[in-house]
Write a protein that binds this ligand. Sequence first.
Ligand SMILES: N[C@H](CCC[C@H](N)C(=O)O)C(=O)O
Length: 282
Amino acid sequence: MKYSKYHALGNDYLVIAPKDLAFKLTPEKIQRICHRNFGIGSDGILFGPLPSENAKFRLRIFNPDGSEAEKSGNGLRIFSRYLWDRKLVGDEEFDIETLGGKVKACVANSGNTVQVEMGYVSFHSDKIPVAGHSREVLEESITIEDKTFTFCAATIGNPHCVIQMPEVTPEIVKKYGSQIEVHPYFPNRINVQFMKVIDRGNIQIEIWERGAGYTLASGSSSSAAAAVAYHLGLCDASIAVHMPGGRIAIEINNDFLVTMTGAVTKVAEGLISMEIFEYLTD
Ligand SMILES: N[C@H](CCC[C@H](N)C(=O)O)C(=O)O
């Protein structure tokens, strides 16, 4: 079965087109395809283009644990580049329907840069969701083991927990991220970012993704963390988000409409052998 592999600042995805699908994409098969040793290896699968009633294309996004995500910023940049590589789009703006809403995308710089209008960020508990009474989730407390953190929560279609720290490291996000991801506060689980505000135009984040674990970059995490920093008055409306895999440019308007611009790199095209699914029950 054909696939294309791309990465966006080290957050890598496989694109599988419905026309090439040779079997039902079950969670077990997705886990196997994404496995770094027993499969191709990736931070997720982008399944599309699918038909849509209200956009030019529709995209389904799967995490390596087999769960489906409402949105993926890096995934949307990669999918946009895939469409451009196949001449299904040119340099014009086009829209893509996702589970977490419709976005607008545009490919530039000979396919190496993609801009996506990601949608509006909300901090409201009912939309994220976060357990408890209806409110904006800003500067609340969460205790994991011996540590109590102050966090803000946001959604840009998918949910995010943003924790501001004076310094951030991979170690801290790997130590606490997996427990925050599945904390009872978050009925749909949650993506986690530890954020350092460098100055009014720059933040640094370390990321633990829902359904994927530690990743080198994340577009929706960049959007959510930047929106939190802006909402808290710590940053201006144009923010560079620095991650281990590289940098994403975020623009936020007064209504918290977020536009993300970042790189995409093509890695490979290939064929998935059915042998990798041996011993799977479904
Ligand atoms: N794991 C995320 C989806 C992928 C997000 C990330 N790769 C991005 O670039 O936004 C979730 O379950 O919401």
